[in-house]
Ligand binder design. Structure first.
Ligand SMILES: NC(=O)c1ccc[n+]([C@@H]2O[C@H](COP(=O)([O-])OP(=O)(O)OC[C@H]3O[C@@H](n4cnc5c(N)ncnc54)[C@H](O)[C@@H]3O)[C@@H](O)[C@H]2O)c1
Length: 286
């Protein structure tokens, strides 16, 4: 088995959502491993900060940093064309960018939030995968990595919008994987299911207690695990606080028990108020 450095040196790695959290940690890990790194994010000023740190710590690295809203299909074409020009080729694309949902029960949540979550988390991954394939098929080895979640296995209360996007990523990627296995087996397709990772994903007031309780694994740890899993061609990557336990529970428990258990897990997270409040068209109080 080669070392991680031998394996990834001079390969071009594209990471979306790289201005923060898991994406920033991936960029840093692949820079350490001698890769050419192409990063993008909708938050251009935070991305510039990450690029500055990378350039300072790795002055000789090949780095391409540019703003990209992953939910814009046309911008994907331009972005990857620019990466290919700057880096020469594209070997690995990691569709990591994502946002949280409303963190509210279905009857209290806004459909515009659901649409945005699907646009960024699901369609961002779709556009990224389709735009990447023409580049990846040119290589003798390549990898496409789509970041789902443990909420691509189980669906607790107050996560319907987020879970819809993460289950969809899983279904789409598993099918794409089976297709490429038939025609381009040299392209590895991986699904990442992070558990609770200590990042900035939870920006809403109602999700802060969830963050405190669950988001405890450091982003660097999952970034290293992802790199190792790509090298070892491990298709499903399950890592982080509560991840393995949740994955196993989703495989062995009935839906009835999963619903009960996930309901218990979110008790005391300050979300109960939504269940005591009437919403238009949905009367909670009896
Ligand atoms: N943190 C966790 O516990 C956890 C658990 C499971 C899955 N995930 C997934 O991991 C991925 C990374 O999340 P994170 O935890 O590092 O969050 P984060 O908020 O720290 O980083 C996400 C990055 O994506 C960027 N982004 C948001 N919308 C974008 C868009 N339209 N186009 C381009 N970039 C955009 C943000 O600006 C941010 O820099 C997400 O897909 C998330 O759903 C995270």
């Amino acid at each position: 088995m080669p070392t991680l450095h031998d394996f990834f040196a001079n390969k071009t790695i594209v990471v979306t959502g790289a201005a923060s959290g898991i994406g920033a940690a991936l960029a840093s890990v692949f820079a350490e491993l001698g890769s050419k790194v192409a990063i993008c994010d909708i938050d251009e000023s935070a991305l510039a900060g990450v690029a500055k740190v990378l350039r300072t710590s790795h002055p000789d690295m090949t780095l391409f940093a540019s703003g990209l809203d992953v939910s814009s299909q046309a911008d994907w074409q331009t972005y990857l064309a620019n990466v290919a020009t700057h880096c020469g080729h594209i070997d690995v694309v990691i569709n990591n960018a994502g946002i949280e949902g409303s963190s509210q029960p279905v009857w209290a949540s806004d459909d515009d939030v659901l649409k945005r979550v699907m646009d960024v988390n699901f369609y961002g991954m779709v556009y990224g995968s389709k735009a990447a394939l023409p580049y990846l098929t040119q290589r003798s080895w390549a990898a496409l990595i789509n970041v789902s979640s443990i909420f691509g296995f189980v669906a607790p209360p107050n996560t319907a919008d987020y879970c819809a996007s993460k289950f969809a990523i899983r279904g789409y990627t598993e099918s794409l994987r089976a297709e490429l296995e038939l025609v381009h087996p040299q392209i590895q397709v991986h699904l990442v299911h992070p558990g609770g990772i200590n990042t900035n994903i939870t920006r809403l007031a109602q999700s802060q207690k969830f963050k405190e309780r669950f988001l405890t694994t450091e982003p660097k740890a999952i970034a290293l695990h992802i790199a190792t899993s790509i090298m070892r061609n491990k298709a499903r990557i399950v890592f982080g606080n509560q991840a393995i336990k949740t994955y196993i529970a989703s495989r062995i428990l009935s839906l009835k028990w999963l619903s009960k258990l996930t309901g218990k897990e979110i008790a005391g997270l300050g979300m109960e108020e939504d269940y005591r409040t009437d919403h238009e068209g949905f009367n909670v109080k009896k």
